[in-house]
Design a protein around this ligand. Structure first.
Ligand code: F6R
Length: 623
């Protein structure tokens, strides 16, 4: 949700900034802009509505930027103000000396705007960000007039600190000033910001994808921290100016992992990466030979986990769907009362957190504002807070008491795919880890581990059906309403299938428990409506067949995701997509794959932008 990249060093900034923006484009893509300060100390800004390619064309065709060694850029996901050129970042203060890019929301922007307007300041956009830029400019002037700045201290740093004390809300910001043309000031609260530390240069970005090409040494800023960066020196401190010693970490993912390779879209790449991603999630944790689970990340809290009275799984969107599968897994395998709740609801409902409650925050990005807020609320109320996170070093990962990384590799496609299956695998391992130390037999534990270890190969067989799935989808992709139905472990899969279809092909779809359909939604079914049933063999197979009959009787067309070799299912379905047989509790890992491919092929057939669906952003850092 909005991407920031900023640079100060010895290289020419502009190409580096635009390349960085392209890597961050998945975070927001309604408009973009770049600002640089040239060697004569002049500020230059270019902004454009639309994708980064539009901004790039603007720069290449007639509005070239001069050589400069400091600058910053932004790709926007609109919160305040429509996606227009004047609302695009960077924003300037009134004198045009200071430029700012911002990710987050300044909640008290209206009051600040009124105050600044009263002092005669003008605004040219509807954004909250411009208010912050103007505020910094106003304070910068004040400080210079009062001449209170000690020698060697950047007035820009002081003005930014003073301004941040007045704002309420969230921010990841980068600020430059033409009167200090070698200084880049960055700060964060609630929105991610990572500083890449190179030789005589710093690349700051909202996530590692824009940094990894330049350096693998990074500093993760915490909330209320800032950095003052010059090519040959840097300082980190709090916004109250208390110096902090920076911890330099090593980035985990390699540049190639962020590349598209031979795939046409990141979503397809990530769907096909799932067997490898799952193997990576399992590696060193699911020990098939000994039939045991090793989870170093949570071992310190083993006692608390075994004695837990209640587990609350929380997340948003796809992560919440993974949590719903986790809910079944925890109760099935660990025998602990579990609930899965939307983070956004948990946070504000005055939740009861008794002693012995463990909260597990599930998030691919580790930056989702709602999930982070729920985690903080849970910790505040005394819960043990665990994370199931993909992005190493992300805010949620750093704020949990302990956790398990997915090791799924970077997920760039806006529609989450491989994170979902790796989240389920991780939750299954957590359930086994606890269950084996409570009531689970060694034999049962071994059986589930064997099942988990077989999943990557089984999934490869499902992926081989991509063309078959495409031919099915092409017959239905003009239909504007779809249903996804499943029971038990497949209810969350149905929700996930509907979400995928909605978000990338803009088809209206609903997912629900198959049994729920007859309590109302059955009224939607009309002649030819595509209804996807997850109808694998298992404890509820016969009941699902009855539900299929109910839909067929009303003219619905059945696409069944069924167990390999199930001859019976063909009698009830127009189309069958087969998945290998697996333990019931692990079947979601296989049955979700056809649904991901249905969404992908439907979006392609409808001419939608698969990796950058309208109105969406990959990482939702506002509540
Ligand atoms: C859907 C999707 C979203 C995310 C949700 C949580 O395809 O990607 O629903 O799952 O925004 O994001 P994370 O997992 O980063 O917390």
């Amino acid at each position: 949700m909005c991407g920031i990249v900023a640079y100060v060093g010895r290289k020419i900034a502009q190409p580096l900034l635009v390349e960085g923006l392209k890597r961050l484009e998945y975070r927001g893509y309604d408009s973009a802009g770049v600002a640089v300060i040239d060697s004569a100390g002049n500020m230059h800004i270019r902004r454009a509505v639309g994708r980064i390619s539009v901004l790039e064309n603007t720069i290449q065709n007639g509005q070239a930027l001069p050589e400069s060694f400091i600058g910053m850029a932004h790709t926007r996901w609109a919160t305040h103000g429509a996606p227009t050129e004047c609302n695009a970042h960077p924003h300037l203060d009134n004198s045009g000396r200071i430029a700012l890019v911002h990710n987050g929301i300044i909640e008290n922007y209206a009051a600040l705007k009124k105050f600044l307007s009263g002092k005669g300041h003008q605004f040219s956009s509807q954004t909250d960000t411009e208010v912050l830029a103007v505020l910094i400019g106003d304070l910068y002037d004040e400080m210079k007039v009062q001449n209170h700045i000690p020698p060697g201290v950047s007035p820009l740093q002081r003005a930014v600190q003073a301004a941040l004390h007045q704002v309420e809300g969230t921010y990841g910001i980068a600020v430059i000033c033409k009167e200090e043309p070698d200084t880049l000031v960055v700060a964060r609260k609630g929105s991610p910001l990572i500083i890449g530390v190179g030789k005589d240069e710093y690349v700051v970005a909202s996530d590692a994808s824009a940094i990894v090409e330049h350096t693998t040494q990074v500093i993760y800023l915490n909330d209320n921290e800032m950095a003052i960066l010059k090519p040959d020196a840097f300082r980190t401190c709090t916004i109250d100016d208390i110096a902090i010693s920076p911890v330099v970490s090593q980035l985990e993912n390699k540049l190639e992992e962020y590349e598209l390779g031979d795939y046409p879209h990141y979503m397809l790449k990530e769907i096909f990466e799932q067997p490898t991603a799952i193997s990576n999630t399992l590696r060193g944790r699911a020990e098939q030979k000994d039939g045991r689970i090793v989870l170093g990340g949570v071992s310190k809290y083993t006692r608390e986990l075994i004695r837990a009275h209640r587990i609350i799984l929380t997340g948003q969107g796809t992560a919440w769907h993974a949590g719903l599968v986790g809910d079944y897994l925890m109760e099935d395998l660990a025998k602990i009362v579990t609930e899965c709740t939307y983070a956004s609801e948990f946070r504000y409902r005055n939740p009861i957190v008794e002693e012995g409650t463990v909260v597990v925050a599930i998030s691919q990005s580790g930056e989702t504002a709602d999930t982070l807020a729920a985690l903080r609320e849970a910790k505040e109320r005394g819960a043990l807070a665990l994370g199931v996170i993909n992005a190493v070093g992300s805010t949620i990962a750093r704020e949990t008491d302990a956790g398990i990384y997915l090791h799924a590799g970077p997920e760039i496609g806006v529609a989450s795919t491989k994170a979902f299956t790796c989240q389920i695998v991780t939750l299954a391992m957590l359930a086994l880890y606890i269950g084996r130390r409570r009531f689970m037999s060694q034999a049962q534990c071994q059986e589930v581990i064997d099942g988990l270890c077989a999943i990557p190969d089984q999934m490869t067989k499902v992926l081989e059906q991509s063309d078959h799935i495409r031919t099915i989808v092409e017959q239905f992709c003009e239909r504007e309403n779809w249903l996804f139905l499943g029971r038990g472990y497949h209810y969350p899969v149905a929700l996930e299938g509907a979400l995928k279809l909605k978000e990338i092909s803009y088809i209206h779809a609903e997912g629900m428990p198959a049994a729920e359909m007859k309590h109302g939604p059955i009224a939607l079914i009309n002649d030819g409506m595509p209804v996807v049933f997850i109808a694998t063999q298992g404890s509820q197979y016969d009941k699902v067949i009855s539900n299929i009959e109910e839909v067929r009787a009303r003219g619905g067309k059945i696409i069944a995701v069924a167990t390999e070799g199930d001859a019976n299912i063909h009698r009830y379905s127009e189309h069958v997509i087969e998945v290998p047989d697996a333990m019931e509790c692990l079947q979601p890992l296989l049955t979700v794959v056809p649904l991901q491919l249905i969404a992908y092929h439907a979006a392609l057939a409808r001419g939608c932008n698969v990796d950058k669906p309208r109105n969406l952003a990959k990482s939702v850092t506002v509540e």
